[in-house]
Design a protein around this ligand. Structure first.
Ligand code: SER
Length: 633
């Protein structure tokens, strides 16, 4: 027989994780291990950013080998939160306790179980819990969720707690209520609100649970929120969201409407670090067992104490979060580099090093902090320790490289009177300064540099080097990079041709370019017929022959999506995005519009005519085609 676990404060991270998994196992769930931080079969996103990410295909209807009730604790990384780190609750790496119903149970069971887990298993006082529900959205035809508040009312009544329902909570404030209606803040999808979701993406109304640390903490008197009426989701810090039950039952269609999925799912995610903080009666996740070993190590290294002042705290938190995240990423194969996922690892480590300097750490230190991370996850993720030697070697090399660059780069910054997008690009190219780092250094001097100005400098540079290389190879053979640039633009033409000929359900699932060919994966249920293959090839060649100009524009993300641009990685993009449009007029007469980082040819006439030479299956529901330049003789 298992020993009963202790309640409340004395609970360790391992005990909490186990308690959650045991509880849901008792409710008939199969317990599965955490998937890796880099999604295996889902190229639409760079990282596993939520517990449901590895479950996507099952939520959409594929049969899960373990049945219809699944639970786990999933490692997550949210790159978009890098800048948020520094307060008491944001982290880029975290674990999400998750349970799923794949067309099995629904609202009643889900809310009841989570409530029982919190109040009975963990012994949390129900008086301190507050919950939310979705007020509906007429524009997408999703009605107000009236069942959720009814269920919550019954649950709270069963423990003798009153629970008033408050409409439009963001405006009305607390008003003595316990159940609050919100708009699209209570809609969950990987891409956010219904309007920002790409076609094919599933989403649904949700119900969050918040823990109240109490007004006596005087958060309102002390901070910027003192003049706004408090509501549970107001960010003042009094309430902490600890879990979210998503009723994942809709899917966005290419025409922007929403239809019901074949099955009604539950997607629950609980904040592991946050629940632990609640149990330890602290609002600061960095004071929980998931951070204290790292924090003490940083105290030893810096000779400073965590908790001494808010600036020191911020540095400690950034260092602790970033090195932990980079260590976990490396365990799953992501090492610092300038490409894709690797760029985030680099940003994390370089930011940590810079914050280390601010609290007086002069020696190389990031590899030492990685040791604390490995020790902490010894039981849950032994792979960290198994990879530690390799991780430390990579971290040391990265630190050395950056120390040198930092010294020279910072001197250069001191010399310039004005920091612009050009400066940021120069530092990026020459010293490997992540753009965001220059942006922060500039901000410390009261200067704002926009992503747009950096992107513009980058594009100008790419154009200049392209012209240089075409001049160099004029009349001769194209160099490799020129060939891959051609194929890169051909990828956009191919994507557009497939969507035109096969239908708008076609979505890019991945691509790979060598100087000899381009490979393209896309969603489509069946093998392409000979006619379809011929038509796709002919369409791409027609656009090449038409010599259509390529336009690049920096746009507001929402605007770009509204204008019909297709986003491939749904979570990766910042608020300002670079959009590449192919066509005679980028507003009114275009055939392709995609979020992309470039580089591309200036007009499609620079691409040699292509042939589609192979078509096959890539995985369930995904086809793969290969294109190459037609032989010229
Ligand atoms: N997917 C939801 C979230 O991330 C619940 O798991 O909040």
């Amino acid at each position: 027989m298992k020993k009963p676990l202790p309640k409340g404060k004395s609970m360790t991270p391992n005990q909490l994780r186990q308690k959650y998994l045991d509880f849901f196992e008792k409710q008939g769930h199969a317990i599965v291990p955490s998937a890796a931080l880099v999604p295996e079969n889902d190229p639409t996103t760079l990282f596993t950013g939520s517990g449901m990410q590895p479950m996507i295909q099952y939520l959409l209807g594929e049969e899960h080998p373990k049945g219809t009730r699944i639970a786990d604790s999933q490692k997550c990384f949210r790159s978009q939160d890098i800048e948020e780190v520094g307060d008491n609750r944001h982290t880029t790496f975290f674990e999400m306790l998750g349970n799923w119903s794949l067309g099995d149970y629904f609202k009643e069971e889900q809310l009841g179980w989570f409530f029982a887990f919190l109040t009975e298993e963990l012994g949390i006082d129900p008086q301190k819990l507050y919950v939310t529900a979705y007020e509906g959205n007429e524009a997408i035809g999703v009605p107000k969720d009236t069942e959720t508040p009814e269920i919550w009312k019954k649950l709270f009544a069963s423990v003798g707690t009153s629970a008033e329902v408050i409409d439009d909570a963001a405006k009305n404030g607390l008003q003595g209520g316990r159940i609050f209606y919100y708009g699209d803040g209570n809609w969950w999808s990987r891409a956010g609100a219904p309007s920002t979701m790409p076609a094919g993406e599933p989403g649904g109304p949700d119900s969050e649970v918040f823990y109240d640390f109490g007004a006596e903490k005087k958060l309102h008197e002390n901070n910027e929120f003192k003049d706004v009426p408090c509501h549970v989701n107001c960010d003042c810090g009094r309430f902490l969201e600890i879990g979210n039950s998503v009723f994942m039952q809709y899917q966005k269609q290419p025409d922007g409407t929403f239809t019901e999925l074949a099955q009604k799912n539950v997607d629950f995610g609980g904040g592991f670090e946050r629940i632990l903080a609640v149990l330890g009666n602290t609002q600061d996740v960095f004071e929980t067992g998931l951070f204290t070993p790292i924090i003490s190590q940083i105290e030893t290294l810096s000779g400073k104490k965590y908790g001494s002042d808010s600036e020191t705290n911020r540095s400690f938190r950034v260092i602790a979060d970033h090195i932990k995240a980079a260590t976990m990423l490396a365990t799953d194969g992501v090492y610092p580099s300038n490409k894709e996922q690797g760029y985030f690892s680099r940003r994390l480590l370089r930011r940590a090093i810079r914050f280390g300097k601010m609290i007086g750490i002069e020696k190389p230190f990031i590899a030492d902090v990685a040791t604390a991370v490995a020790q902490m996850y010894e039981e849950a993720y032994p792979q960290v320790t198994e990879n530690l030697v390799r991780i430390q070697a990579a971290f040391k090399a990265e630190e050395q490289k950056f120390q040198k660059a930092l010294a020279t780069g910072l001197r250069e910054i001191e010399k310039v009177t004005e920091i612009t997008g050009e400066t940021a690009f120069y530092l990026y190219e020459t010293y490997g300064f992540p753009f965001e780092l220059t942006q922060e250094i500039a901000a410390e001097k009261g200067i704002t540099i926009s992503v747009a100005s950096f992107q513009a400098a980058k594009t100008a540079h790419a154009d200049a080097s392209r012209q240089a290389s075409s001049a160099k190879f004029k009349g001769g053979l194209a160099d490799h990079s020129e060939k891959t640039t051609q194929y890169h633009t051909a990828t956009h033409l191919l994507h557009a041709a497939l969507r035109k000929i096969l239908g708008e359900h076609v979505q890019q699932k991945g691509s790979n370019i060598t100087e000899k060919r381009l490979r393209f994966d896309f969603s489509h249920p069946a093998a392409l017929t000979t006619e379809e293959k011929t038509a796709v090839e002919a369409q791409v060649n027609e656009w090449i022959a038409a010599d259509l100009p390529m336009t690049v524009k920096i746009m507001d993300k929402e605007e770009a999506l509204k204008s019909g641009a297709i986003a491939f990685f749904i979570e990766k993009y910042p608020d300002e995005v670079t959009v590449y449009t192919i066509g005679n007029d980028p507003e009114t007469d275009w055939i392709s519009k995609e979020f992309c980082g470039g580089p591309h040819v200036n007009s499609t006439g620079e691409i040699s005519p292509i042939e589609l030479f192979k078509e096959q299956s890539a995985s369930a529901g995904v086809r793969r085609v290969y294109l190459r330049s037609k032989p010229t003789n």
